[in-house]
Ligand binder design. Sequence first.
Ligand SMILES: [Zn+2]
Length: 167
Amino acid sequence: MNSMKKIKLTDNRIIDVPACTGCTMVELNRAGQLPMAPIWSGKYCWALQDLETPMPGFYVISPYRHIFSITDLSPDEYDEYNQLILMTRRGLGDVLGIRRAHIYQEEKPSSHLHTWILPIWDANESIRISKNNINDYMARYTTDTHGRKMIQCADLMRAYLIKNMAR
Ligand SMILES: [Zn+2]
């Protein structure tokens, strides 16, 4: 039996994810029900705080369209996607003072294309985030301890992207 996937949002709401997490995020955004506004809404792609992890500066970049791979992006979509990755990463340094990040883009069956930009807040920490330790790394950040900073960082990043993304 398939049980519907559930995820806990950074504002502690628990929601059902019927099929695709990426498409669910798009739906929530359309309904004005995301925990916070995206940091960027482009023509084809958008960037937002990771929905489940209240780690300040942890963003997901994705096309609105349910596609699997960067090879499915049109040239215009690809340009916007890449510009958004670059400017989000640059903004981490310029406005949040983050010197190091890990960037992930993993193709999985039936997955919705997305790129994670994960900050390493302590640039001197000798850590490589992988499947083995990511849950421990995420557990450092809770809504109680970091919810406020997460919102402040998103506000700074939103302002940065408005200033620096070409429309
Ligand atoms: Zn999708």
